[in-house]
Structures are given as structure tokens and as C-alpha cells.
Design a protein around this ligand. Sequence first.
Ligand SMILES: [Zn+2]
Ligand SMILES: [Zn+2]
Length: 167
Amino acid sequence: MDAGIQPWLFHVEPYAGESLSHFLGRFRRSNHLTPGSLGQLAGIGAVVARWERFHLNPPPSQQELDTLATVVGVSAERLAEMLPPQGVGMQWTPIRLCGACCGETLYHRMEWQYKSVWQCDRHQLKLLSKCPKCEAPFKMPALWEDGICHRCHLTFSAMRTYQKSAD
Ligand SMILES: [Zn+2]
Ligand SMILES: [Zn+2]
């Protein structure tokens, strides 16, 4: 038995500006891992589930990012970019989104949770902070697999028509 061999894992390429919660959820689903089993594989214990909920206090340590990096095949620097930049105020609830952005590529952008951000500059639309049809809050990004409201099943991309203009 060769104890040094890493298990084969499916590589998941991060999107520009993707939040850690969304990336970890994608990586886990691609590899059929629970938050607990990913943490175990990386040797970082139970923190994965907390990070997916954006419970980032205390923030991930350099050592945790280094070991997670070896498992997910993405550099620790790139993982750190999925976390809030230093000095930027964040608001983790409610989870917000731009339906037009989700229609282009479905993923949660970290900047949507910046306290200072209320609109999508790309589409000049105000961000949504709940389902515009049934008012259900959005689930944490790690669970966004289908890109639909979990209650009324409206797709995130179809929510674009409900978004108000930013000006
Ligand atoms: Zn947008
Ligand atoms: Zn809904």
C-alpha cells in the first residue's frame, strides 16, 4: 500500500470573483463530498461547513488554506481571493444576486455581499435580496446547484425581469 498517493479528485476551475461558499459547494458536488468529508480529506476538521455559511470569524488561517489548496487543486492565493478583501465591509445576510449575471454564468459573486454594493455595475440593475416572486430568502451559495428559488422554482436568470434599474 502506498500511503502517499492522493485520491483522484475532479478539478473545478474557479470563476472570476466567485465566493468561497459557492466554489466549495461546486467542488464538493463534483466529487460527491459532504462538508465533513472534504474537511477530513484536507485535515482541517469541521470548518468547511462554517465557511460555506460565511462564518469567517476567525478567518481561514494560512495553514488551512495551504492544506485545502492541495486537495482542491487551486492555489492558496486563489482561495484567499474568494474571501472578503481586507477592510471591505461585508453583509452575509441576506444573500444577494443579479439575475442577469446568473443568466450568463450561474455563480455567486463575492462582491454582491459587500456592504457598499447594491447594484450590478455590469447590467445597471439593482441586486435582489430575496425571490421577487415568492419572497423566499436565497439559500447559501454552496447550495445553489440548480439556480432556482427553492420555494417557487423560479430560475435565478428569469429573475432578471423583476430587477429594477439602478438609476
Ligand atoms: Zn448583473
Ligand atoms: Zn420564489
